[in-house]
Design a protein around this ligand. Structure first.
Ligand SMILES: Nc1ncnc2c1ncn2[C@@H]1O[C@H](COP(=O)(O)OP(=O)(O)O)[C@@H](O)[C@H]1O
Ligand SMILES: CC(=O)N[C@@H](CCC(=O)OP(=O)(O)O)C(=O)O
Length: 243
């Protein structure tokens, strides 16, 4: 089984999105998608006249911003992906982290409704795969009292992969992790990530992704890959991250 994390910028690239779903047709019984949609959430918040800020790659999420964030991620982004899956002949099922067996709690008071993930069970996803569905999981989650949370989609993908003991692949809008000269780095480990982060080469969204990939590599005891949209069935492309 493998979990593929799709960055939200895919939603703005219809040709890439179509090609990606076409390349999933043969592996749909063992693929689970976790998706972002940060740029869409940003657009919805701006249209509503709300100023949104990020702290180390995480969107500060006050309660009053949550209807727009939930609407953009669990609503519009999720349904745009469902639409493409259906057009490709794949049977999708749109879910939140709750149905994927993940419970959330507040990361820190300063970040508002930003959630971190805790695992509780994994049965439903395996059953949906057996029934021939492609699970499309947004990064919206819920706490034990039903409160809603905005989880960074990279962190969400790490939790889903951990829950399913699955391989993990991050697909994004660059070829992988790039060095200070913009060249692809093929392999990274704890030490090289530390050095590149201190040197400011890995930043923003890529920092969240690389940290998540390293955490997943440790937990899953296997390497994790970061690559571009067309890397889905190319196991030697992108950046491979191991302990
Ligand atoms: N060293 C780096 N290599 C590649 N991208 C980087 C690096 N440092 C920062 N980035 C930025 O991280 C972005 C990918 O992260 P993000 O925008 O969060 O993607 P996604 O929406 O797919 O999760 C790249 O488009 C790039 O602007
Ligand atoms: C807490 C937090 O940062 N949540 C993210 C969730 C979406 C996301 O991660 O989308 P991408 O994968 O497209 O970046 C956000 O609101 O932007």
């Amino acid at each position: 089984m493998r979990v593929i994390k799709l960055g939200g910028s895919l939603l703005e690239q219809p040709d890439e999105m179509k090609a990606l779903f076409e390349s999933l047709v043969d592996t749909k019984n063992k693929t689970v998608i976790v998706h972002g949609g940060g740029s869409l959430a940003q657009q919805w918040l701006s249209t509503a006249g709300l100023k949104s800020e990020k702290h180390e790659g995480l969107r500060v999420s006050p309660e009053q911003h949550m209807p727009y964030i939930v609407g953009a991620l669990a609503g519009c982004a999720n349904k745009q992906l469902m639409s493409q899956a259906i057009a490709t002949g794949i049977r999708p099922i749109g879910l939140t982290l709750h149905e994927a067996g993940i419970s959330c709690r507040r990361q820190s008071a300063a970040l508002g409704q930003v959630g971190t993930c805790e695992l509780f069970e994994s049965g439903l996803i395996a059953n949906l795969l057996k029934c021939g569905y492609l699970p499309l999981i947004s990064s919206i989650g819920f706490g034990k009292k039903g409160e809603w949370f905005n989880v960074n989609a990279d962190d969400a993908a790490v939790a889903v992969a951990a829950n399913l003991d699955a391989d993990l692949l991050f697909l994004t809008d660059v070829d992988g992790v790039l060095d200070s000269e913009g060249q692809l780095i093929e392999q990274l480990n704890t030490q090289s990530i530390d050095e590149l982060t201190k040197a400011g080469v890995i930043q923003d969204g890529m920092l969240v992704k690389v940290r998540g990939a390293l955490e997943a590599a440790r937990h899953l005891r296997r390497s994790v890959r970061i690559g571009s949209w067309n890397a889905v069935n190319k196991p030697d492309s992108g950046t491979q991250i191991s302990e």
